[in-house]
Design a protein around this ligand. Structure first.
Ligand code: IVH
Length: 677
């Protein structure tokens, strides 16, 4: 080989080229301010590619040559987020923002600063860096677990593969992956040319691209990413604004690249000015946004404000008013959900709305139709905001033909013709034919295999549909009788996938009782309720024997839930399915609780945790309380027995606790409490 360099300097030249190219990439993609021509860049890249292919001993997955992708991922591994990826509560007007600001400052007992940011319309991503390198990229998924899509994310030029050594050794940074409007229209043009269905909007294009198996294809999609939060055990900065600055210094693409993408403010007027500005100018942006995010700036308040089950209290989204269109209502059809709930659907003359063609829209229920005084043939207003399904918001009465007959709601199930019934106090009509109405049967099986239920690998909703339509399964128990030979004849089913399917089903027998209970799809029994019931009754047998009155004594179990469970467990068809699940080897009893309940020392006591701790994490504290029989609550009330106070707890909380007469203890006292004899 005729090298221009000696061995030692080949490595040096490679490193030098990588550094230079990384820097130019950063200037081009992140800063949008290149200092060399595309041609000069390509020449350097070519030199590096040649050197790397002649010297594979110096290959490096972080090299700028690797941004073109190459890795194929068959199935993305599921990864549990160290910190859940929450979502934001939405507001739609000044009053709601004012209410949030007032609530926040009241909780804190003092005023605070805010940061206004754009709400990028793409897909959330969590990036983990270890020792200065991108180690993992995981999608939001269901918020607690997501898909690891690192190979695909590595192709995104604005996501650094290596970062400055000023960054902590390990940390997670979160952001939004999106596709610019120009890349989106370019991609769609190409798709139309190739006779492939175009994407509905840049958000779908971005999330669709992230799930491609071939990272080389992802690289071609030209995705982009804005980072919006650093998540770390060690504090990064005192304020959110400072953390954005840090992220930018470390090489991330942040909204600080433009002077008007982010603003530090201190009152509602300034928040509203930011919103008004972007409501007017958002169409001029090179990417789509669906609103603005307002965050408390001071990090010290985050712990104190805490989170609800779904979203942090220290941030809120403002969604821009939905776009509206007028079109004609040609008819109403009815969808039957897995619980038998009927959803009326408006069949519309296709109309363009916020970049997509809308043909159908939800009508929610009979009351909604009556309230709108809707008639088939009316011209109706249709709205769509963000990812919300389009909905009919009103009738254009001036255009109504007075001869139109009033609307009558369906009386029978469109799928199985059973007479519909509407339970008292409920807005929905239901088809009572739970075990023989096809969409209910199929929906139940789809629910059973889903992630939060039995989480069966190797089988998805589409396969369930195929199996169901082929008559191979009618209920969840039938899954356990399936053999490789049964499923092989299905379309697009190879030997390997057939085996995966059968293995996946077999593996689900190890899932705990609470998941089986949730998987049964009993009306009103969501994940949390299933857990509560499983924990309390410990077996399906005990639950079956429990009366409605008995169930009402269990924490969080109300009348509708108790009735629904009792009714379900009395039905012959459910009893038969459960019996078959038992024979198949599924867990219908809770495991012996190993060590989880360490003592009952804290039985009947309610705790609130606030502030930062030295020897235990908040999560550890929470489990210690629960393991010793206590309850943890999110907010102080007359029922709180103890406030476990850490550092940086706000004065307002202390005051409130004192007023309520709650015992305020520190972590040492708490640990002494559970360790005492
Ligand atoms: S902060 C809730 N900032 O909006 C956790 N989120 O419903 C804190 N999003 O899935 C999120 N732009 O992916 C934050 N500037 C921004 C954002 C943003 C878009 C997305 C995010 C999340 C969703 C919240």
């Amino acid at each position: 080989m005729n090298d221009l360099f000696s061995q030692g300097s080949v490595e040096e030249r490679i490193n030098q080229l990588r550094e230079e190219l990384n820097h130019h990439n950063y200037l081009y993609y992140v800063k949008d301010a290149p200092i060399i021509s595309d041609h000069a860049f390509d020449t350097l890249l070519k030199e590096l590619q040649d050197l790397e292919s002649n010297h594979p001993e110096y290959s490096d997955p972080n090299s700028p040559t690797q941004r073109v992708g190459g890795q194929i991922t068959k199935e993305f591994p599921t990864v549990t987020h160290a910190f859940p990826m929450l979502s934001l509560s939405n507001t739609y007007n000044r009053e709601e923002i004012e209410a949030w600001v007032t609530r926040t400052e009241k909780l804190l007992g003092q005023t605070c600063h805010f940061v206004c940011e754009l709400k990028y319309d793409g897909a959330a991503i969590s990036l983990t860096y270890e020792n200065g390198q991108l180690a993992r990229a995981v999608t939001r998924g269901d918020g607690s677990k997501g898909d690891e899509i690192t190979a695909n994310v590595r192709t995104i030029q604005t996501i650094p593969l290596r970062i400055s050594d000023q960054a902590p050794q390990t940390f997670e940074i979160r952001g939004e992956i999106f596709m610019t409007k120009s890349s989106f229209s370019h991609l769609n043009k190409e798709r139309v040319k190739q006779d492939i269905e175009p994407f509905a909007n840049p958000r779908n294009a971005a999330s669709g691209s992230l799930k491609l198996q071939d990272s080389r294809e992802v690289a071609k999609r030209k995705l982009d990413c804005f980072t919006y939060a650093i998540v770390s055990n060690t504090p990064i900065s005192e304020t959110h604004y400072e953390s954005l600055k840090k992220a930018a210094e470390w090489g991330f693409h942040t909204p600080l690249v433009a002077e008007d993408y982010v603003k530090r403010v201190e009152n509602v007027d300034q928040v509203m000015a930011f919103i008004a500005y972007w409501d007017k100018h958002r169409l001029d942006l090179p990417f789509e946004i669906d609103g603005v995010v307002i965050k408390v700036d001071e990090h010290i308040y985050y712990d104190e404000l805490g989170t609800t089950a779904k979203s942090p209290r220290w941030a809120i989204a403002y969604k821009f008013a939905a776009e509206e269109a007028v079109t004609q209502l040609n008819g109403v059809t009815y969808q039957v959900g897995r619980t038998g709930a009927i959803t009326p659907v408006a069949e519309l003359t296709p109309v363009l709305l916020a970049g997509t063609t809308v043909k159908r829209a939800s009508l929610h229920n009979a009351d909604q139709i009556a309230k709108l005084d809707l008639r088939v043939g009316d011209f109706v207003k249709v709205e769509k905001g963000g990812d919300i399904i389009p909905k009919v918001t009103g009738v254009v009465f001036e255009k109504r033909n007075p001869a139109l007959p009033t609307f009558t709601y369906a009386t029978h199930c469109p799928e199985c013709n059973s007479a519909l019934h509407r339970p008292e106090g409920e807005a929905n009509h239901y088809c009572p034919n739970e075990f023989a109405c096809p969409p209910q049967q199929m929906g139940k099986i789809q629910h059973f295999i889903s992630r939060k239920a039995l989480d069966i690998d190797g089988i998805g909703s589409e396969t369930v549909k195929q199996l169901f339509n082929e008559g191979l399964i009618q209920n969840v128990a039938d899954l356990y009788d399936l053999t490789v030979e049964d499923v092989l004849p299905l379309e697009r089913m190879a030997e390997k996938s057939a085996k995966n399917l059968v293995d996946g089903i077999a593996a689900s027998k190890q899932q705990p009782f609470e998941r089986v209970l949730y998987g049964l799809g009993i009306r009103y029994v969501g994940e949390t309720i299933a857990k509560k019931l499983a924990k309390h009754y410990r077996s399906i047998e005990n639950l079956k024997n429990a009366s409605v009155e008995d169930m009402l004594q269990v924490d969080e179990i109300g009348d509708s839930i108790a009735r629904s469970v009792a009714q379900y467990l009395k039905r012959e068809d459910s009893i038969a399915v459960i019996e078959r699940l038992r024979q198949a080897g599924l867990k219908l009893e809770a495991e012996k609780e190993e060590n989880t309940n360490v003592s009952d020392k804290l039985a009947g006591k309610t705790f609130v945790i606030s502030g930062v701790f030295t020897n235990v994490s908040r999560d550890e504290l929470k489990s210690l309380i629960e393991q010793n029989g206590g309850k943890v609550s999110g907010s102080l009330s007359g029922k709180t027995d103890y406030l476990v106070a850490g550092d940086k707890m706000g004065p307002a909380k202390r005051e409130k606790a004192e007023k309520l007469g709650t015992h305020i203890i520190d972590e040492t006292t708490f640990l002494a409490l559970i360790n005492s004899n």
